[in-house]
Design a protein around this ligand. Structure first.
Ligand code: FES
Length: 126
């Protein structure tokens, strides 16, 4: 397997004014979400945080970017909103472990959490 095929997805986890806010979401352990993602995803995948992604009404927002090889084949980032509980986070982890955008079909249950990117082209700038 070529090195480029071993590269996994990049997850951008918004953490700013609303995403990650205990004031807005007091029942959510936001730090634990990041830790869970980093622990659950095998090497090759990457988890990073970002400043506000301009869709605060959907906080917590998480974007899954395709692996480079899938991206070259046309896969695009998938945006998720209201990522506030362990169940949806676990479903996202399972999908990324299966390959994520362009490599694994998005489970029906996760379709419910998909949100549109705020502006055309925005994911390219993350
Ligand atoms: S803080 Fe996450 S979209 Fe604004």
């Amino acid at each position: 397997m070529a090195d480029s095929e071993k590269q996994g997805c990049t997850l951008t986890v918004c953490r700013d004014c609303c995403c990650g806010s205990l004031t807005k979401h007091p029942g959510v352990d936001h730090a634990a979400q990041i830790e869970r993602l980093r622990e659950a995803l095998p090497a090759g995948h990457r988890v990073r945080t970002s400043l506000c992604l301009d869709v605060c009404a959907q906080s917590n927002v998480l974007v899954v970017h395709p692996a480079p090889e899938a991206r070259r084949r046309g896969a695009r980032p998938v945006w998720f909103g209201l990522v506030l509980d362990d169940t949806v986070l676990g479903d996202i982890v399972d999908w990324v472990r299966d390959g994520g955008p362009g490599r694994a079909a998005l489970p029906d249950i996760l379709e419910l959490s998909v949100i549109p990117a705020p502006r055309p082209g925005r994911p390219e700038k993350l």
